[in-house]
Write a protein that binds this ligand. Structure first.
Ligand code: ZN
Length: 285
C-alpha cells in the first residue's frame, strides 16, 4: 500500500488516483498522515476487505493532477535519525574512514519538506545525497535484529541535502545544522508500506540538473536496516512515526574532482526502485 499526503490529507494511492482515507472510511481513520502511522495495520486489513481500489468514484482521478499538492508523507516525526558514511564507496570518495559503528546525527525536524518543495540554496556549496528513509511503525526499546523489521511501517525516498562549508567549518565536522536548512530534508513521494517492497537490494539514483550523478544499491549499506534499528533502539526509544535516513551511496558533489555543487535553477530528482521519484527544484537565496 502507498499512502500519500495530498494537500494535508492522507490518501491511499491507487491505480486511478488517490482515495481520501478519512472520507472513504466515514471517519474511522484519521486524515492526518503522521497520526495514521499508528493505525496502519488496521487500515491495511480494512482496505484489503474493501473495494476501494476498484471504485473510481472515490478517487481524486489522475494522481498527476494532485502532484503539485503532495506534501511529506511523514510531516511531523518526533525524532529524525540519520546515518553518516553508511556506504563504503561514499566514505572513500569523501576521504573519511569506514565507521566501525553506525555514525549518527539528526536532521532537525523543521527541515522536513515534501515532493516538489523548493530547496533554497544558502550558498554555492550545497550537495545532494539520495537516501532511503525508514519509517518506524511500532515503538520500542532494545529491539533485537531478528524482530527489527516488525517495527518498520514503511519507506520513502529522501534527500539528505548538505551545506558542506558549514559542515566542515568545525572540527570534528558538524553534520546536524549543516543538513537542516529549510527544506534540506525532502521526502516522498509517498510512504510505501513494508509489505509492498523488499528493500534488501533496490537501486537508488539521483539526477542533478538532468545528469545521473548517483547510482547505488541498498545491498551495499554497511549497517543494514535491522542493524540500525537494533542499534538505535538500544540507545533511544524508537517511536511510531520516527524516521531514519539510512545513508547515501557514492556520487555526491563533494567527492568529485573538482567538487560540484547544486546550481540555481537545477532540479534534484531522487528515485528509489519501488518507492518512486522525489523531485525538488533548487533556487539560490
Ligand atoms: Zn546522508
Amino acid at each position: 500500500m502507498k499512502i500519500a499526503n495530498i494537500g494535508g490529507r492522507a490518501h491511499i494511492v491507487t491505480a486511478t488516483g488517490g482515495v481520501d482515507i478519512e472520507e472513504a472510511s466515514d471517519g474511522r481513520f484519521t486524515s492526518d498522515n503522521q497520526q495514521l502511522i499508528s493505525q496502519l495495520d488496521e487500515l491495511q486489513s480494512w482496505y484489503s476487505s474493501s473495494e476501494l481500489a476498484e471504485d473510481p468514484s472515490l478517487s481524486t482521478g489522475s494522481l498527476e493532477k494532485s502532484f503539485d499538492r503532495l506534501q511529506s508523507p511523514v510531516p511531523n516525526p518526533s525524532q529524525v535519525f540519520a546515518i553518516g558514511l553508511n556506504y563504503k564507496a561514499h566514505g572513500e570518495e569523501v576521504a573519511m574512514a569506514t565507521p566501525q559503528e553506525p555514525m549518527i546525527f539528526t536532521k532537525f525536524q523543521s527541515s522536513i519538506a515534501g515532493p516538489g518543495a523548493t530547496v533554497t540554496l544558502p550558498s554555492d556549496t550545497v550537495d545532494w545525497e539520495v537516501e532511503m528513509v525508514v519509517v518506524i511503525g511500532h515503538s520500542g526499546r532494545n529491539i533485537g535484529k531478528m524482530d527489527a523489521m516488525k517495527h518498520v511501517a514503511g519507506y520513502c525516498v529522501g534527500q539528505d541535502i548538505s551545506e558542506r562549508t558549514l559542515q566542515l567549518a568545525c572540527k570534528p565536522p558538524q553534520f546536524s545544522v549543516a543538513k537542516s536548512y529549510e527544506a534540506f530534508a525532502p521526502m516522498g513521494p509517498w510512504l510505501t508500506t513494508s509489505d509492498a517492497v523488499d528493500i534488501s537490494s533496490i537501486r537508488l539514483t539521483c539526477q542533478v540538473g538532468g545528469e545521473t550523478l548517483q547510482d547505488g544499491n541498498t545491498r551495499d549499506m554497511i549497517f543494514d536496516v535491522p542493524t540500525l534499528i537494533s542499534y538505535l533502539s538500544n540507545i533511544c526509544e524508537l517511536r511510531t512515526g520516527d524516521i531514519i535516513f539510512t545513508g547515501t551511496p557514492d556520487g555526491v558533489g563533494m567527492g568529485r574532482k573538482p567538487p560540484r555543487y547544486i546550481e540555481d535553477g537545477w532540479l534534484l530528482e531522487s528515485t528509489i526502485e519501488g518507492l518512486g521519484t522525489l523531485s525538488n527544484p533548487c533556487r539560490r537565496r
